[in-house]
Design a protein around this ligand. Structure first.
Ligand SMILES: Cc1cc2nc3c(=O)[nH]c(=O)nc-3n(C[C@H](O)[C@H](O)[C@H](O)COP(=O)(O)OP(=O)(O)OC[C@H]3O[C@@H](n4cnc5c(N)ncnc54)[C@H](O)[C@@H]3O)c2cc1C
Length: 263
């Protein structure tokens, strides 16, 4: 039996959101049955392997050989609209990598295969206060989470960006503090952790949401779990990428890390 193909979407628009971030708007007939209310959910973009099956993505999609299947890259639904159905996906651009290269070079009218959406990982709102931290790859999901906070929410969001030109205006509740950390990756991985640990702990039970580069995420997770002794069920921590590893390699490391956490 042949495999069902993922949705074939069309690039409708491309715009620069900030210094190192591009927003690609995807749409087309195949988006019409995309479930509603998927902002912050993840999708998997498919990229052809140039060296297999003549670089033909449709043949690769139909292949049962895992090594011949397209490369998958995970991105977040930043915004979703209806009539017409559209989703916005924000890409951090960086050196090398099929997804980043595609975002830089794609043009309106181009097509891309997209699977998903996967389950949304939203901050648990049943808490006395909130701590959200992440880097630019998590900025789309963080923006959605911030918009969910109740008007009387207290707590912090600390967001690491590559340069000042990547700071975005994000509305937050009145008693909620938003901090930006500038790190172009030449200053090591500790700047986000340093900024997070510098903030005073508030009274009551917090809900913590973390997503960023692997090493950074582990350091932050350790701080909340071990140093602050926050119950695991109140800390969502996800690694979105890792320096020096492709998504396939990162995924293996991430599975091993998750297993170790569970043991
Ligand atoms: C649930 C989830 C949601 C995500 N949502 C988004 C999103 O909305 N926007 C977004 O930009 N990213 C997002 N990411 C991260 C994205 O999937 C990775 O950055 C991915 O590796 C990019 O693929 P690529 O083809 O560009 O690079 P790859 O081929 O995976 O990697 C090639 C090289 O680039 C490096 N690299 C990868 N990402 C970065 C980066 N951000 N900065 C610097 N170097 C990098 C790798 O370490 C490697 O050396 C998300 C990840 C997850 C797990």
């Amino acid at each position: 039996m042949s495999r069902p193909l993922p949705r074939k979407l069309i690039v409708l628009n491309k715009q620069k959101v900030s210094g190192n971030m591009l927003r690609i708007t995807l749409g087309g007939d195949a988006l019409e049955d995309f479930p509603l209310d998927q902002e912050s959910g993840y999708i998997k973009l498919h990229f052809a392997r140039e060296d297999v099956l003549g670089g033909d993505i449709e043949q690769q999609l139909r292949s049962d050989d895992a090594k011949a299947r397209p490369m998958l890259r995970t991105y977040t639904v930043r915004q979703q609209r209806q009539n017409p159905c559209e989703i916005d996906v924000d890409f951090v651009v960086h050196e090398g990598g099929p997804a980043s290269d595609w975002a830089i070079h794609c043009n309106p009218g181009e097509q891309i295969y997209v699977a998903g959406p996967g389950k949304k990982k939203l901050i648990n709102l049943a808490a006395d206060w909130f701590f959200i931290a992440g880097d630019m790859t998590a900025l789309p999901a963080i923006s959605v989470n911030l918009a969910l906070l109740p008007a009387d929410a207290r707590g912090y969001a600390v967001i690491e960006v590559l340069e000042e030109a990547d700071i975005q205006p994000l509305p937050v509740p009145e008693n909620f503090e938003l901090y930006w950390v500038i790190n172009n990756h030449k200053q090591g991985t500790n700047l986000l952790l340093d900024a997070v640990t510098a903030l005073p702990v508030l009274a009551g039970a917090p809900s913590v949401w973390l997503a960023c580069e692997f090493t950074s995420m582990r350091a932050l997770r350790q701080y909340f779990h071990s140093d602050l002794q926050i119950k695991r069920r109140n800390v969502y921590a996800s690694s979105y990428w890792k320096h020096g590893l492709t998504e396939e390699e990162h995924k293996l490391l991430k599975s091993a890390d998750t297993q170790k956490e569970l043991d």
